[in-house]
Design a protein around this ligand. Structure first.
Ligand code: SF4
Length: 433
C-alpha cells in the first residue's frame, strides 16, 4: 500500500509552470447535449426537453439508446422549417409541446429546456420561456433552461451548464461564525449511484456526517448551500458551477480528482482535513478499500507499464486520467490534450504530472494528428470521430466518452478504470496472435 502524499508537498513539483501548447483550430468534439445521457439517469424525476433539430434528436437517441421498458426522460421538440422561416410562433409551439408532455407525465417534477445550435440560430429565448412556464406549472413542476449547443462548447460542458442553471433555486444555508468548522460537505458533479453510496459511507465513517451530493437523485432534495458549505468537485469540467457556488459563499477544497487509489485518497483527505478528521481515523477507514484498489491495479500494471499514451482533448478528464495512468500504471505520456485548462482546478493535478509533460489546450486537429502519428503511441484516447481513422492506421484507441459514461471514481472502481486502458491493448495482442 503506498503512502498518502500530502497535498502541500506535492504542489512543489510537477508541471504547474510548464509551457502549454495552445491551439485554436478545427475541433473534433461532441456537443453539450451529450450530458443528458448521464444527467437523465441521475436526476430521476427530471425531464430534458431539447429544443432543436432532427440532428439533435438523432444524437441523443443514438447515444443514449432507446429505452424499451421505461418512459424516457429526455426528448426533442423539433424546430422545423416553419419555425426556421419565422412562419410559426416558436414560443407558442413550445408551450403546446410542454403542455402535452406534462399532462401525460405527472412524474416529471423538473423540466429542463435544453437549447441547441438551431434554437440559438433562431434566437429563441429559452430563459424567458422557462420563466413563463415555471410561473404556469409551479409548484408541481419547475422549468429551467440551459444550452447544450455545439457552438463553442465541448460535450461535458452540458453538465456544467445544467448544474449552473440549478444554482439560483438551491436553498440557502446559514452563515457560520468566523473560524467555525464547516457544517456540510457538498460533492459536486454527477457520480453513479453506486459510487455516491461508497463515497458517502467512507466520509460518514470518518465522522463527516453532513454530506450532500449535487445533482441530487430527486429534484425535491436539492442541497442547501452557503458560507457553512465546503465543496469537492467530483468532475473536472464544472468551472461555471464552481464559480456560482463560490459566489454563494461556499468554499472549494482543492484536491486531485478521485480517479485511482492515489487520486481518491488525496480527494478524501482534502475533506478529512477540512473537517479535522484525525489522521489515524482516516487511515483506519481508507486502509481496506485502498488495499483492494492497489491489488486490482496491480493486475493491469504489468500490461501497461512502459506503454506510451496520447490524449486528444475531449472530455476535460484528460489531465486527471494522465496523472492516474502515469503514476499508478507506469504509462509514459506522449501528449496530454485538454479542451480547456482551468489552472486553479487543475493545480493539484498538474503538481503530480512529470515536469516535462507535453500539455496542449484547445485543438488544431490536423496538427495534433501529425504529432500523434510522429509519436506512434501504444494507445490513443480520443473522440469517436478520430478513433476509426486512427485504428485504420494501426493504432489502438479508447473512446474518451466511455470514460465519462463508466463509473470510474473511487477505490472500488480503480481496477475498472485501469481495465479501460488495458483492454484495447489486450484486444490488439489477440488480433495479432
Ligand atoms: S446542438 Fe448543435 S451540434 Fe449538437 S446535435 Fe444539435 S445541431 Fe448538432
Amino acid at each position: 500500500m503506498s503512502a498518502v502524499i500530502p497535498i502541500q508537498s506535492a504542489a512543489a513539483i510537477g508541471c504547474q509552470t510548464a509551457p502549454v501548447l495552445v491551439e485554436r483550430g478545427q475541433r473534433e468534439v461532441f456537443c453539450g447535449l451529450t450530458g443528458i445521457i448521464w444527467l437523465h439517469r441521475k436526476i430521476q424525476d427530471a425531464f430534458f426537453l431539447v429544443v432543436g433539430s432532427r440532428t439533435c434528436a438523432h444524437l441523443i437517441q443514438s447515444a443514449a439508446g432507446v429505452m424499451i421498458f421505461a418512459e424516457p426522460r429526455f426528448g426533442t421538440a423539433i424546430i422545423d422549417e416553419r419555425d426556421l422561416a419565422g412562419l410559426a410562433d416558436a414560443n407558442e409551439e413550445l408551450d403546446r409541446v410542454v403542455q402535452q408532455l406534462l399532462a401525460r407525465r405527472p412524474d416529471i417534477k423538473l423540466l429542463f429546456l435544453v437549447g441547441s445550435c438551431p434554437s440559438e440560430v433562431i434566437k429563441l429565448d429559452l430563459s424567458r420561456a422557462a420563466e413563463r412556464l415555471s410561473r404556469q406549472y409551479l409548484p408541481d413542476v419547475r422549468v429551467l433552461n440551459y444550452s447544450g449547443s455545439g457552438i463553442e462548447t465541448t460535450f461535458t460542458q452540458g453538465e456544467d451548464a445544467c448544474l449552473a442553471s440549478l444554482l439560483p433555486v438551491l436553498p440557502r444555508s446559514q452563515a457560520t461564525a468566523p473560524g467555525a468548522a464547516p457544517a456540510q460537505l457538498l460533492i459536486v458533479g454527477t457520480l453513479a449511484d453506486v459510487v455516491e453510496d461508497q463515497m458517502r459511507k467512507l466520509l460518514n465513517d470518518m465522522g463527516i456526517a453532513q454530506v450532500a451530493f449535487f445533482p441530487p437523485r430527486k429534484s425535491r432534495a436539492m442541497p442547501q448551500v452557503g458560507p457553512d458549505t465546503v465543496y469537492l468537485l467530483a468532475q473536472p469540467f464544472l468551472a461555471d458551477t464552481a464559480r456560482g457556488l463560490d459566489a454563494m459563499g461556499a468554499r472549494r477544497l482543492g484536491a486531485p480528482f478521485p480517479l485511482g487509489s492515489e487520486g481518491t485518497t488525496l480527494w478524501l483527505q482534502a475533506a478529512a482535513q477540512a473537517f479535522g478528521v484525525p489522521q489515524a481515523r482516516f487511515e483506519e477507514v481508507t486502509a481496506a478499500p485502498r488495499a483492494r484498489a492497489e491489488q486490482s491495479l496491480g493486475r493491469h500494471r504489468t500490461a501497461l507499464t512502459g506503454k506510451r499514451i496520447f490524449f486528444f482533448p475531449d472530455s476535460q478528464l484528460e489531465i486527471p486520467l494522465a496523472r492516474f495512468v502515469q503514476r499508478e500504471l507506469g504509462m509514459d505520456l506522449c501528449e496530454v490534450g485538454t479542451p480547456y485548462l482551468h489552472r486553479q482546478h487543475m493545480e493539484p493535478e498538474l503538481a503530480l504530472l512529470p515536469t516535462n509533460t507535453r500539455l496542449s489546450e484547445g485543438q488544431d486537429v490536423e496538427k495534433q494528428l501529425d504529432r500523434c502519428r510522429q509519436d506512434q503511441p501504444d494507445l490513443v484516447v480520443c473522440g469517436l470521430g478520430l478513433a476509426n481513422p486512427l485504428e485504420a492506421e494501426g493504432m489502438s484507441t479508447k473512446w474518451a466518452i466511455e470514460l465519462v459514461f463508466t463509473p470510474i471514481q473511487g477505490y472500488e472502481q480503480a481496477g475498472d478504470l485501469a481495465n479501460l486502458f488495458s483492454r484495447p491493448l489486450a484486444r490488439k495482442l489477440k488480433l495479432v496472435a
